[in-house]
Design a protein around this ligand. Structure first.
Ligand code: NAD
Length: 499
């Protein structure tokens, strides 16, 4: 029996007579749900609801908007397990890992509760005789969010809590591979007291995305997903006059220096490369080992750890790694393993022949490890987005950093070392937006902003944190004069200089 998932528009669950796609459970491969794919007309309906809700929401004091976020925060805590279970059922990741992403999303809601402080603006008294001036932060109007499959709760929460407390109304288009978390969040927002139409969800694919991109009522778009789509969203949205931030793919390098604590480094690399089956935009997919001795030791330690890696259903807490999201994605990742062999890399651990008892049809792949990967290989240059780690051998730190500099992506990176000078040189000069020192996944906390460099982000402002206030508001600067004593001045034709 498959259930039908639809949209959430104007405070109501809704599904029109639209085409549907199946949503499968990656552990069993069973198609458990059908998802309605919004037509352009359904998207227009959601945008109309958001536009109608905007005037009253924009005038709602930030303190009241923050109170609704406080209510939402409490409901999130009460419904955490339900949301986490929905993530695991559609994405496949372990329940603990799903709780981790949920918690990081909730941190942005906590940050959004500080709206009155964040939206204060700036004031200057006496900029001229009897003249005061101040800058105000105004909402943009209807804002759209388009999100990927790999963080079904966290990435939407990177966007809408801040967009909403800034006074915007929102239309979210989640990934069609993992849509349930977004629908649950929408219901909780209504229960938290959010007025109807302020937050809407449309499920769908390119048709829905294009309808959002071409709708003049949508003033800004936040996107997270793969680089080709990010580039398309940025160019199409900005050509239509929208403000766009589009976060794309990654190939995150970890540099292991010869002086590093290699046991700690390997522990960190295991989680960062194979956690969530490598389906994280901040996953480490390349280890750059400085010195042949470092490389030999790291590869051997990784090999041993990979042989003990427990792969199975995300609902079983004894596992380390779940399945990939779809059969098509499993086939794509496996094809990269075939490619790496053909390109001449040394496959140290091959995870292709895995079978999980009780889940024989699931989309499982064991951890794979390639040694002696070179920058010319496609397995090095392209994002694989699976449990495939590439080891590149170099002789010194400069060569390691040159690799990162020359790569098309610049999302996250990290260095493992005990040498403060090497670490400082790395953080100062490396070409990436998020940098870790002995921290493999340097995902910024909610009061900082998240974003990569180069082709990992199109646009100027990063997600959540202080940049999100800048992205979701526009500035108005008022200059006001109340002449004292009723003084009248003559006409002035020169440019006002307050001199
Ligand atoms: P994706 O680009 O395939 O899809 C993202 C969104 O775009 C989905 O909502 C999807 O429906 C929509 N979409 C897909 N094809 C489209 C098209 N042709 N036209 C218009 N819209 C389209 O990404 P995904 O596979 O869901 O997610 C994985 C990717 O996301 C990886 O590349 C990963 O690195 C990236 N990602 C990046 C970040 C980051 O912060 N930089 C975070 C998470 C994921």
């Amino acid at each position: 029996m498959t259930s039908l998932l639809g949209h959430y528009i104007d405070g109501q669950a809704l599904s029109d007579n639209e085409r549907t796609v199946g949503v499968s459970n990656p552990a069993s491969a069973a198609v458990e749900k059908k998802l309605a794919m919004a037509s352009a007309a359904t998207v227009a309906r959601a945008v109309a609801a958001a536009e109608a809700a905007f005037p009253a929401w924009r005038r709602t004091p930030p303190l009241k908007r923050a109170r609704i976020m406080f209510n939402f925060l409490q409901l999130l805590q009460q419904h955490a397990e339900e949301i986490v279970a929905a993530i695991t059922a559609e994405h496949g990741k372990l329940l603990d890992d799903a709780m981790g992403e949920f918690t990081r999303g909730v941190e942005v809601v906590e940050y959004a509760c500080g709206a009155p402080q964040l939206l204060k603006g700036e004031h200057s008294k006496n900029v001229g005789p009897d003249i005061d001036s101040w800058s105000e932060l105004h909402p943009l109007g209807v804002v759209a969010g388009i999100t990927p499959f790999n963080f079904p709760a966290m990435v939407p929460m990177w966007m809408f809590p801040m967009a909403l407390v800034c006074g915007n109304t929102f239309v979210l288009k989640p990934s069609e591979k993992a849509p349930s978390a977004a629908l649950l969040l929408a219901q909780l927002l209504t229960r938290a007291g959010l007025p109807d139409g302020v937050f809407n969800v449309v499920n769908g694919d390119k048709e829905a995305v294009d309808a959002l991109l071409h709708d003049k009522r949508v003033k800004a778009v936040s996107f997270v997903g793969s680089t080709p789509i990010a580039e398309y969203i940025y160019s199409t949205g900005s050509a239509g006059g929208k403000r766009v931030q589009a976060l794309g793919g990654a190939k995150n390098h970890a540099v292991v220096m010869p002086d590093a604590d290699l046991d700690n480094a390997v522990n960190a690399l295991m989680g960062a490369a194979y956690g969530s089956c490598g389906e994280r935009c901040m996953a480490i997919s390349v280890v750059v080992c400085v010195g042949a001795g470092t490389a030999d030791t790291v590869v051997e330690k990784l090999r041993r750890r990979l042989q003990a890696l427990k792969v199975g259903a995300g609902t079983d807490s004894g596992n380390d790694m779940g399945p990939l999201v779809t059969r098509a994605h499993l086939d794509k990742v496996k094809s990269y393993v075939d490619l790496g062999i053909a390109e001449g890399a040394a496959l140290v651990v091959d995870g292709r022949d895995i079978s999980v008892a009780g889940y024989e049809d699931g989309f499982f792949l064991g951890g794979c490890l390639f040694d002696r990967v070179t920058p010319a290989m496609r397995i090095y240059r392209e994002e694989i987005f699976g449990p495939v780690l590439c080891v590149v051998r170099v002789e010194n730190q400069e060569q390691a950093m040159a690799l990162i500099h020359d790569h098309e992506y610049g999302n996250g990176t990290c260095i493992f070392t005990r040498d403060g000078e090497a670490a400082r040189y790395f953080t100062d000069n490396v070409e990436a937006g998020m940098v870790g020192v002995n921290v493999p996944l340097p995902v910024p906390v909610a009061c900082h902003s998240f974003g990569g460099w180069k082709r990992s982000l199109f646009g100027d402002l990063h997600a959540y944190g202080p940049d999100s206030v800048r992205f979701y508001t526009r500035r108005k600067t008022v200059t006001q004069r109340w002449p004292s004593g009723g003084v009248r001045e003559g006409v002035q034709f020169s440019f006002p200089s307050h001199s």
